[in-house]
Ligand binder design. Structure first.
Ligand code: MN
Length: 260
C-alpha cells in the first residue's frame, strides 16, 4: 500500500462496483444438519441449530413468515470469544471484541496434504517459523487461516468429526504451537476448517485443548468450520468477521467474508 488518503475507500468501493475485487463467502450454510462438536461423557453438549415456524402467511401471521431459531453459540461457522475458556474468563465476551480486530489481513497456510496423509496431523512451531522465513512475517492484526481440506466434509457429520472408539481424528495444533501463536504473534486470531480450533483428540494434550487455552487466554480469537479457503491467495486478502454481538456470549455464529 503506497499511499493512504481520503480516496482509499473510494478506490475500494469503485473496485467492488467494477467487480475487480472478489468477495468469497467463507461461511458454512447453517441448518439442522450442520455438523457440530460432540463432547464425550460426562460433558454436556450444546443443542444443534434448528428453525421453528411461528407463522407462514397463515392464521398466526397472514401477511408474513417468521421463525424462532434455536441454537448453541458454538454451532457451524462461529467465533470463540475469550470468555469461552477458563484461561480467558476475565476477558471479553463476543459482544466486546473490537471491530478493528475483526477486520484484517488474511494469511492462508496450507496443510491439506499433511492432513490427508494423517487426520491427527498437528501444526507445530517449526511450520510457522519456516513459513515466515519463506513469506515474511505475519502482518499485524492478521487472521491465520489453516487449510486442511476438511471443508469437503462439512455436509457429512460422520466424516467431519471422524469419530471412532479412540476419539475424534481431525487435525489441529501442538501445545507449543498454540502457545507460540498466542504469545509470540501480533495477530487477531486463527481460523480452521474443522469443527473446533483444537485437534479432535486435543483433550489428551497438556493442557487439554491447548489452542483454546492459550489463544483465548491471550485475547485472540478462533473461528471454525470455514469454507473456500482454497479460493484465497496465500497473502493479500482481507477478512471480515461478523459475529452476532450477544451480550455475555462466549461465541456466536459468524459470517466470514474474504475480499480478494
Ligand atoms: Mn467454539
Amino acid at each position: 500500500m503506497s499511499t493512504l488518503n481520503e480516496k482509499t475507500l473510494d478506490s475500494v468501493l469503485l473496485a467492488l462496483a467494477q467487480g475487480k475485487i472478489q468477495i468469497h463467502d467463507l461461511t458454512a450454510p447453517l441448518s439442522e444438519s450442520t455438523p457440530t462438536l460432540v463432547l464425550p461423557d460426562p460433558f454436556a453438549n450444546l443443542i444443534d441449530f434448528s428453525i421453528e415456524e411461528v407463522s407462514a402467511y397463515n392464521e398466526p401471521g397472514p401477511y408474513w413468515k417468521h421463525h424462532n431459531i434455536h441454537t448453541g453459540e458454538h454451532i457451524g461457522t462461529h467465533i470463540d470469544a475469550p470468555v469461552h475458556w477458563v484461561s480467558g474468563k476475565e476477558g471479553k465476551d463476543v459482544s466486546q471484541i473490537e471491530p478493528q480486530r475483526l477486520i484484517g489481513p488474511a494469511v492462508v497456510l496450507d496443510f491439506s496434504a499433511e492432513a490427508a496423509a494423517d487426520p491427527d496431523f498437528l501444526v507445530d512451531v517449526e511450520h510457522l517459523v519456516s513459513w515466515q522465513e519463506q513469506n515474511g512475517s505475519f502482518p499485524s492484526n492478521a487472521w491465520l487461516l489453516f487449510r486442511t481440506g476438511w471443508e469437503q466434509y462439512d455436509q457429512d457429520e460422520k466424516a467431519f468429526l471422524n469419530l471412532d472408539d479412540t476419539g475424534s481424528h481431525t487435525p489441529g495444533f501442538t501445545v507449543e504451537c498454540a502457545k507460540y501463536i498466542a504469545d509470540e504473534l501480533d495477530i487477531s486470531g486463527i481460523g480452521v476448517e474443522t469443527v473446533g480450533i483444537d485437534a479432535g483428540n486435543a483433550g489428551a494434550l497438556d493442557p487439554a485443548f491447548p489452542m483454546h487455552y492459550f489463544l483465548l487466554g491471550a485475547d485472540k480469537y478462533g473461528i471454525t468450520s470455514l469454507k473456500n479457503l482454497d479460493k484465497l491467495p496465500t497473502t493479500g486478502s482481507m477478512l471480515i468477521v461478523a459475529p452476532l454481538p450477544i451480550i455475555g456470549g462466549t461465541g456466536a455464529p459468524t459470517r466470514v467474508f474474504a475480499l480478494v
